[in-house]
Design a protein around this ligand. Structure first.
Ligand code: NAD
Length: 426
């Protein structure tokens, strides 16, 4: 039954995938190709959890001769899911998928900015004939009262929140009263660590290619993705070349209406978010060692759209606020290192631990650095790749628990121990 509901929901969504992608671009501003990719990813993830609904394993141990301990995963109960606006389709799917697959009931609270997209997803779910009444619910609001109520309520057993670390901390403090389970997917400050020993950086053309990929990693959803590249640590021997190519690659990103198929970057979510990012970026311009690319509000674009072109600064001191704080927009910091130990120390100098990438074709080095970085996800020669099957989550202040993959069941189930003396004689 749970599998059938999830598969039927995916089919309903697929029938309107293009309309959903357009709605996502209209509400969020991201470019249409990214919206199409996100809707397809969300549908795929719902199917993945439809399959996993039939495989929620526990385990059995014979703890003493004849004494059998059975560990079973049971649904945790009512799960409240607070979903952000930056990737509202896929971030809904990765939370509601495991919650429903393992038998929880849910209350979904979308971000005000993307309520219509979430409502369209939930409508397609409520259209599934086999869905029992009351299992899936949605509450929308422009303020935070309903969210706060869900966090406080003793009737909610699991609170799954994707959003900023600051709000995550408030949720954690409030939830202490009821000791509900918490699944917290929070902010990040992802580093790309670029070594000189790779083929990809061996020639000027290869450096340009790497720079273009890092620029794309930094400007995905206009820099409003939790895993977006925020700091680029580059070995001294290729630092100057990388700086030049990154400046060129970021300056070449076309910024305009997300419905325009030629665009690389749409607007930020709203003008309030842009004002905040712009303020942080301008403070960084004043304090950094070098402004490499001075982004700003472009001319000639629709009034009311929160457009902001990318910025790049170079800086040496990792304790600067713009190396430490998450700036949720198209802003990148270039830093230099001279050996592996310095690269790791600089990359790990952060309270966050969401994701990072290592750029090298030396396989042993790639693994060595990946293990040394204190992050929930590390990509090698890539960035921002997320899969339904692969768990993601944060070390340190980037969160608690894991979503995607089958580990997500840990966030929405309780483990019950049933102990039985089978009366056997050893
Ligand atoms: P935010 O922290 O401002 O969250 C806003 C949401 O929190 C709204 O739904 C609001 O109703 C709710 N809220 C506010 N105060 C609350 C309270 N006291 N109790 C309960 N709920 C409350 O974040 P945002 O701006 O919507 O999203 C951007 C952030 O999300 C960034 O920090 C980004 O890194 C993070 N993010 C993380 C991931 C991840 O997987 N780790 C994914 C996407 C986004």
């Amino acid at each position: 039954m749970r599998q059938t509901v999830l598969l039927d929901w995916a089919r309903n969504l697929e029938a309107q995938a293009d309309d959903l992608a357009r709605l996502l671009t209209l509400e969020n501003g991201k470019v249409l190709a990214q919206s199409r990719g996100e809707i397809a990813g969300a549908i795929s993830e719902i199917r993945y959890y439809g399959g996993l609904a039939r495989h929620i394993p526990g385990h059995v141990l014979e703890v003493e001769p004849g004494v059998i301990s059975t560990m079973l995963r049971e649904p945790a109960g009512v799960a409240a899911l607070i979903i952000p606006w930056n990737a509202p389709a896929v971030l809904l799917a990765r939370a509601i998928g495991p919650a429903l697959a393992c038998g929880c009931t849910v209350v979904v609270k979308p971000a005000a900015q993307t309520t219509l997209l979430t409502a369209a997803f939930m409508r397609a779910l409520s259209d599934v004939p086999g869905l029992p009444p009351g299992v899936c619910n949605m509450v929308s609001e422009t303020g935070h009262a309903a969210s706060a109520r869900l966090v406080e309520s003793p009737l909610v057993d699991v609170l799954s929140f994707t959003g900023s670390t600051a709000t995550g901390k408030r949720i954690m403090a409030t939830a202490a009263e009821t000791m509900k389970k918490l699944s917290l997917e929070l902010g990040g400050k992802s580093c790309c660590v670029v070594f000189p020993d790779a083929d990809i950086t061996a020639t000027p053309a290869r450096i340009a290619t790497t720079a273009a990929r890092v620029a794309t990693a930094a400007t995905i959803i206009s820099g409003q993705q939790c895993t977006a590249a925020r700091r680029v640590l580059v070995h001294g021997s290729i630092y100057d070349a990388m700086k030049e190519h990154l400046r060129t690659a970021l300056a070449a990103i076309a910024v305009s209406d997300g419905m325009n198929p030629a665009m690389g970057m749409g607007p930020l979510i709203d003008t309030a978010a842009r004002a905040q990012v712009q303020g942080q970026v301008e403070r960084a311009f004043d304090l950094c060692d070098e402004v490499v690319l001075r982004g700003g509000v472009p001319d000639g674009l629709p009034v009311g759209g929160a457009f902001l072109t990318p910025s790049l600064v170079a800086h040496g001191d990792t304790s600067a606020f713009f190396c430490q704080e998450e700036i949720f927009g198209p802003f990148l910091v270039l830093e230099r290192f001279d050996d592996e130990a310095e690269a790791v120390a600089k990359a790990n100098h952060t309270v966050f631990g969401l994701s990072a990438s290592v750029w090298t074709t030396d396989g042993a080095r790639a693994l060595r650095i990946a293990r040394a970085l204190r992050n929930g996800t590390v990509w090698i020669n890539d960035h921002n790749r997320l899969f339904a099957e692969a768990e993601t989550g944060g070390y340190r202040q980037s969160g608690l628990g894991r979503l995607h993959g089958d580990d997500a069941f840990a966030d929405f189930t309780e483990l019950k121990h049933i102990c039985q003396n089978a009366g056997c004689v050893a």
